[in-house]
Design a protein around this ligand. Structure first.
Ligand SMILES: *Cc1c(COP(=O)(O)O)cnc(C)c1O
Length: 437
């Protein structure tokens, strides 16, 4: 059994200052039970907690750490930028450097603007879409998460799904009213929404591969149908690729599925582990932003030099090693996702594995998982027990059934083998621990 004495003390101390002891809800581990380990350092595919326990990392800081932790070129780039001063609040060359790397991979981002989080990116993209169309309503999908802006928390994924919150308290009805939440992968529902509110829907925003209700890929033809409908109805199609960008393919889900959205939101990987997001797309829409146009959007730390440096180092590495990186990620992810699924089936545990490249989820259900309703059929009690058993066996999975699992380039064959050994141990211990289930 792991010792967590030091983590427990740190958690108690933090609870005196921070609600729940955390700055983001799922970090408190409420959905899986057990004490949240406090992390002290990380390198490559490994995390060490405050008590000295080591874990193989399968959440990658929720996505950004695709090159592994403390990747030397990224650390050096941050150190050099820090030596020149962490912030100026004026333009630096690094903003166009990072923008150029992004546009080379995601050509639909004709113009873009940097912000400091994915939340700011989606919030700003929606403001722009409303200004461009002069319409008020937006369509989002149940189980998709687009950050914590008021209008986007309606039937949201991630922590909102984890804690079973239907929509956040503190969001006025009048604001939630303009958000139409529809089931994912259901094109008829979108058709009906446009029919009910002709000329009133400004935008559709979605995760082109959902990751925040666990991993749920788009059904064949779904993204193409959304593209066609939005074009026909004069609405803006927004791909929230904060999670999928530079992960499911170098050019994100839009490259993988061959669909060009009007606006795109990025975050996570593009900041190399520092706070960074971006929104961009058609120049015609982006040019509505101040100072060129009437849509206001700003940020004291937007385009921050440390974040830009970490992003440039990360995206340069990905661009130079594109073929090798993405084929290795695919292979490594397949081995872990299938390998552990086999351990479950051999133990007679029903599991549905959804995976797109280096992002996946094991759902404890027999159903095909295509939307939030089917994701919610998963046995979350079993997930919690599995999560705790994996931590004890030295593997750190995201602490909720409704979060995608990630790996990165530091997950070598030896790391994968160790993961499968841990999974066998964890599944065996589950059977001993709960014979009655
Ligand atoms: C993480 C995430 C966000 C929010 O990004 P933050 O940087 O946490 O604000 C938005 N959309 C998607 C798809 C995400 O995965």
């Amino acid at each position: 059994m792991r010792k967590l004495d030091r983590s427990r003390l740190l958690q108690q101390r933090a609870e005196g200052f921070l609600p729940g002891g955390v700055d983001s809800p799922v970090r408190a581990f409420r959905a899986v039970g057990g004490d949240p380990p406090f992390l002290a350092r990380a390198e490559g595919a490994y995390l060490w907690d405050a008590d000295g326990n080591r874990y193989i990392d399968y959440f990658g800081s929720w996505g950004p750490m695709i090159l592994g932790h403390a990747f030397p070129p990224v650390v050096e780039a941050i150190q050099q930028a820090a030596g020149r001063s962490p912030s100026f609040g004026a333009s630096t060359a690094s903003e166009a450097d990072l923008a150029e790397l992004i546009r080379a991979a995601v050509p639909s981002m004709e113009k873009l603007r940097f912000v400091s989080s994915g939340t700011e990116a989606t919030m700003s993209a929606i403001r722009l879409a409303r200004a461009f169309t002069n319409r008020k309503y937006i369509v989002k999908f149940e189980g998709c998460y687009h950050g914590h802006a008021d209008g986007l928390l309606v039937k949201a994924g991630s922590g909102v799904a984890t804690f079973g919150i239907p929509g956040s308290a503190g969001v006025p009805e009048e604001i939630a009213h303009f958000t139409l939440a529809l089931p994912y992968n259901d094109i008829a529902a979108v058709e009906a929404a446009f029919a009910a509110r002709p000329q009133e829907i400004a935008a559709i925003i979605l995760e082109p591969v959902a990751g925040n209700m666990g991993c749920v890929p788009p059904e064949p033809g779904y993204l193409a149908a959304l593209r066609e409908l939005t074009t026909r109805e004069g609405a803006v199609l927004i791909f929230d690729e904060v999670m999928t960008g530079f992960r499911v393919a170098h050019g994100g889900a839009q490259q993988l599925y061959g669909i060009t959205p009007d606006l795109i939101c990025l975050g996570k990987i593009i900041g190399g582990g520092l706070p960074c997001g971006a929104f961009g797309g058609r120049a015609e829409i982006m040019n509505l932003l101040a100072p060129l146009g009437p849509v206001y959007q700003a940020g004291t730390l937007s385009g921050n030099p440390l974040a830009m440096a970490a992003g440039v180092a990360t995206l340069e590495y990905l661009a130079r090693n594109r073929e090798a990186v993405y084929s290795n990620l695919e292979e490594a992810s397949r081995l872990v996702a299938q390998g552990v699924a086999t351990v479950f089936s051999e133990a007679g545990v029903p599991v549905t594995t959804n995976r797109v490249g280096a992002m996946w989820t094991w759902f404890f259900t027999n159903e095909r998982v295509v939307d939030f309703a089917t994701a919610a059929t998963s046995d979350t009690t079993r997930f919690g027990a599995f999560h705790r058993a994996m931590l004890d066996a030295g593997v750190w999975l995201p602490p909720s059934q409704f979060e995608a699992i990630f790996l990165g380039t530091a997950h070598t064959a030896a790391v994968i083998e160790a993961t499968l050994t841990a999974a066998r141990q964890a599944v065996a211990s589950l059977h001993e621990a709960q014979p009655a289930r």
